[in-house]
Design a protein around this ligand. Structure first.
Ligand code: GLU
Length: 616
């Protein structure tokens, strides 16, 4: 399909996101909340995060001449302040980068890692039964060596221009001066109140004066400012071998329960685990979809392989020319198929080989597409395929295995595109909202519970289970920071939080944008559903209202879920324009910004959604 090249008015307006305009009303006498918009179009670079302060910090870096990687690290450090329950130096994440000068896509794998002392039975009780999930989360046992500080340093060294100190400056200022508490922050604190009260330093920091922070109040975190200051002054070694390392290990081994609170399980981390931590560069995954090149995160994340397999399977069907219900039916069925294979074959590749090349091959996709009946939903769970390189038309299958992880609306994704065409697509997390709930005393950040992403016990002891704990192993993730190129040129990037629903959210957003002619904000805002090879499809109320009845006729069974994911993205438009996109509603709405807004551009629908990819 030919591209629509629409000239947009080249009127340069106010610098979006750099002005702290008054936003939604806050209670009388309270501080105004910063402005949040889900869409911005302009030049000079684009940033999309869930939070207006983080977006502003990223834009300031771009406006001052920093590149996409610089702005991504700065925005992530800001999110560590304003989204401390989703992200921060106590967690990990995956950083995907496109370098416009070399045309290369690279990734940094900053996944938290199990202690060397952790064995396969770590999450089993004395009788050999899996531990209660919440009990495992709220314990030292769930804490893996954090990967985020080293990810930031590596991103700056490999792709950036700023020093760590320069990239942390915005976050330090925000932690010192504070941010205005919004409804989402208060709600997330309320949801975590019980967990936070179990740990003295957490209650002290996040329940100031023993109460939930008020909407409109200013929240400061001087301890985190000091931690960032130490990183800035002494380098990342201070985190992995210095005083901070000692404090982390002491906290994990003897969690600081509040007076009178029940004791939690101690963790296994030792100083040697932090000292040996690495956040390696890994080759990205790549699939070609409708003539576009889609890059993602390789194992130990299952994001790139599962989004990629889903796209390869969907490419067998003409999604661009079928009804909306039919397109969604295929999306749900392809998701189930890809999840069957993810659950069976993907884990940390250092511990069991992952047949990544075969999972992402066109031959395998053609074979797997056989499992999809365009007129009828398959009975779930569907069996896993056999990615052995020998693909017939419609073969037998291997038994399915279940996904061991529970899912919450935690984590955060940020996306940056700079004026030179460099892109950073970065998902980071401390796992659950509020992580393990354990704050390192006087350090201002919560430790992750990422090790509960391991499968506690194999569902079928006879079938291989790639995601059991092991010494030094990285738990399987679903994080799917994604970059899409067109003939090697930057086109768009997207990602989301949401545990294993991340994968289906990214897949649905890509299909919406590439096949269904939605612009990126529409594709992000569209009502969501997620089929992860389970009996029922989780779907948002708006999805059920619009498509539930017709999809039920095809055999889909639904469970209503209030909200799925919280995506952000950027897109390079024709005429040198950049678009930043965030959620209009979910999680209280995200924050999109560009360095120089182009007046009226955001109103030009055709310019926002030129045809991309070959028709499907
Ligand atoms: N721990 C999850 C993963 O790595 C992300 C957490 C979430 O988004 O809920 O896949």
């Amino acid at each position: 399909m030919p591209r629509r090249r629409t000239a947009l008015p080249a009127v340069v307006g106010l610098t979006a996101g750099l002005l702290a305009a008054a936003g939604p009303a806050s209670p009388a006498g309270a501080e105004p909340l910063p402005e949040k918009v889900p869409l911005a179009v302009g030049t000079g670079g684009a940033v999309a995060t869930v939070d207006p302060d983080a977006t502003r910090v990223g834009l300031e870096v771009l406006a001052a001449g920093g590149n996409a990687a610089d702005a991504a690290v700065a925005a992530a450090a800001a999110l560590g302040v304003t989204e401390p329950y989703s992200a921060g130096v106590g967690g990990g994440g995956f950083f995907v980068h496109f370098d416009a000068a070399t045309g290369e896509v690279s990734t940094i794998e900053g996944r938290e890692t199990a202690p060397l002392a952790m064995g396969a039975d770590a999450f089993l009780d004395a009788e050999g039964n899996p531990l209660d999930f919440d009990e495992a989360v709220q314990s030292g046992l769930s804490v893996g060596t954090p990967g985020t500080p080293l990810t930031w340093v590596r991103a700056l060294e490999e792709f950036g221009t700023l020093s760590l100190a320069e990239a942390l400056a915005g976050g330090i200022r925000l932690a010192e001066e504070g941010f205005v508490v919004d409804e989402t922050f208060r709600e997330q604190t309320a949801e975590n109140e019980e967990k936070f009260r179990r740990f003295a330093p957490t209650a002290e920091l996040f329940l100031p004066g023993g109460a939930l922070p008020e909407v409109g109040s200013v929240f400061r975190n001087p301890d985190l400012a000091r931690t960032y200051g130490t990183l800035a002054a002494e380098g990342v070694g201070s985190f992995y071998t210095g005083e901070l390392a000692e404090a982390i290990v002491a906290t994990v081994q003897d969690p600081p329960e509040a007076a009178g609170a029940e004791e939690v399980r101690p963790g296994l981390l030792e100083e040697g685990d932090l000292a040996r931590y690495d956040a390696p560069l890994r080759a990205p995954t790549r699939v070609d979809y409708r003539g576009l090149q889609v890059y993602g995160m390789a194992p130990p994340s299952s994001g790139g392989s599962t989004v990629g397999e889903g796209l390869n399977v969907l490419e067998q069907f003409p999604l661009g020319s079928v009804s909306e219900v039919s397109a969604l039916h295929h999306f749900l069925e392809a998701s189930a198929v890809a999840f069957a294979d993810r659950n069976r074959y993907v884990g940390d590749p250092a511990y069991a080989p992952v047949p990544l090349g075969e999972l992402l091959s066109d031959g395998f996709a053609t074979e797997r597409a056989c499992a999809i009946d365009p007129g009828k939903a398959a009975t779930k769970p569907v069996d896993a395929g056999v990615p052995d390189g020998e693909y017939g038309p419609c073969p037998g299958a291997a038994a399915a295995s279940a996904d061991g992880g529970a899912e919450g609306p935690s984590t955060t994704h940020l996306t940056v595109g700079d004026a030179d065409g460099n892109i950073a697509s970065y998902t980071l997390t401390i796992e659950q909202t509020g992580g393990s709930g354990i704050t390192v005393p006087d350090a201002g950040f919560i430790l992750n519970n990422e090790l509960t992403d391991f499968t506690f016990a194999a569902a079928d002891p006879a079938a291989p289970e790639p995601n059991l704990p092991a010494p030094g192993k990285r738990p399987r993730s679903s994080m799917s920071p994604t970059i899409v190129l067109d003939d090697g040129e930057p086109l768009l990037a997207v990602g989301s939080p949401g545990g294993s629903t991340i994968i289906t959210t990214v897949l649905q957003t890509l299909v919406g944008r590439i096949d269904r002619d939605l612009d990126l904000v529409e594709a992000i805002a569209a009502p969501r559903a997620t089929q992860r090879n389970t009996e029922t499809v989780n779907a948002e109320p708006a999805f059920l209202a619009a498509y539930g009845a017709e999809l039920a006729v095809l055999g889909h069974v639904f469970t209503e879920t209030a909200e799925i994911g919280a995506a952000t993205g950027i897109e390079y438009l024709p005429d040198g324009l950049l678009l930043a996109a965030a959620e209009p509603e979910r999680r209280g709405g995200g924050s999109a910004g560009v360095v120089e807004e182009v007046g009226g551009a955001a109103a030009d629908a055709a310019g926002l959604a030129p045809d991309i990819g070959d028709a499907g």
